[in-house]
Design a protein around this ligand. Structure first.
Ligand code: GDP
Ligand code: MG
Length: 211
């Protein structure tokens, strides 16, 4: 049995700074850390930011294709930033939009030295998609620390969740290097499952091991 949890839940109160359409929109960012949120559109990036910040409408949730080609920057009250990267997976709908979103995401990841961790959300119901795998390898090439989050874990059974997790684990261990966390974290922004584990990881990334 798990010990009773006496610590208060970890949260990341935050305020919206601005949307970014190009790299020039980036405000001056000082020495604090940045956590990036990457993944296909509709995978649950905005919902996760809201859940971590414990504010329902901080990030806009749902299908707003125009908006999701932008990046969104949030300042954390205790220092550091969340950066919601433009979603990929527009390829069939609109090649121009896809390219624009991809370029912006690439530029941000390449040019922001303080982007110390990227959370790559993948929909647990989809297994390992080629576009997710490509994104992972690309982030790894850029030398970023990447953690895979299996999003929407509430929508599958425990056994399905375990089998997807094992599938990812095996592939990550075999085919990626030390910058990629070999353990994918199951997560549900709806039920809160996995949020505290993720919170601990982010606290350490942003503010050091003594948190
Ligand atoms: N069941 C379930 N739905 C989710 C979860 N996270 C997000 N969603 C839904 O998935 C859709 C897309 O979420 P959103 O956060 O906007 O995804 P984004 O495009 O990656 O920012 C919305 O309808 C959300 O309500 C989750 O953990 N569980
Ligand atoms: Mg979003």
């Amino acid at each position: 049995m798990k010990p009773a949890n006496t610590k208060p839940p970890i949260d990341f109160p935050a305020t919206f700074v601005r949307s970014l359409a190009t790299l020039e929109d980036l405000p001056p960012i000082h020495s604090e850390g940045i956590v990036g949120f990457a993944g296909r559109s509709n995978v649950g990036k905005s919902s996760l930011i809201n859940r971590l910040a414990r504010r329902n409408h901080l990030a806009r949730v749902g299908r707003t294709p125009g908006k999701t080609t932008l990046a969104n920057l949030y300042a954390l009250d205790r220092g550091g930033y969340f950066l919601d990267l433009p979603g990929y997976g527009y390829m069939k709908r609109d090649k121009g939009t896809a390219l624009q979103a991809r370029n912006l995401a690439s530029e941000l990841v390449e040019r922001l030295p303080h982007l110390n961790r990227i959370l790559l959300l993948v929909d647990v119901r989809r297994g390992i998609l080629e576009s997710d795998w490509e994104a992972l390898l690309w982030l790894e090439t850029l030398g970023r620390s990447v953690t895979i989050l299996l999003s929407k874990a509430d929508l599958v059974s425990k056994s399905q969740l375990r089998s997807v997790q094992e599938e990812w684990k095996a592939k990550l261990r075999e085919e990626t290097g030390e910058n990629v966390n070999p353990i994918p974290l199951p997560l549900s922004s709806r039920t809160g499952d996995g949020i505290q584990d993720l919170g601990r990881l982010l606290l350490e990334d942003l503010y050091g091991p003594e948190q």
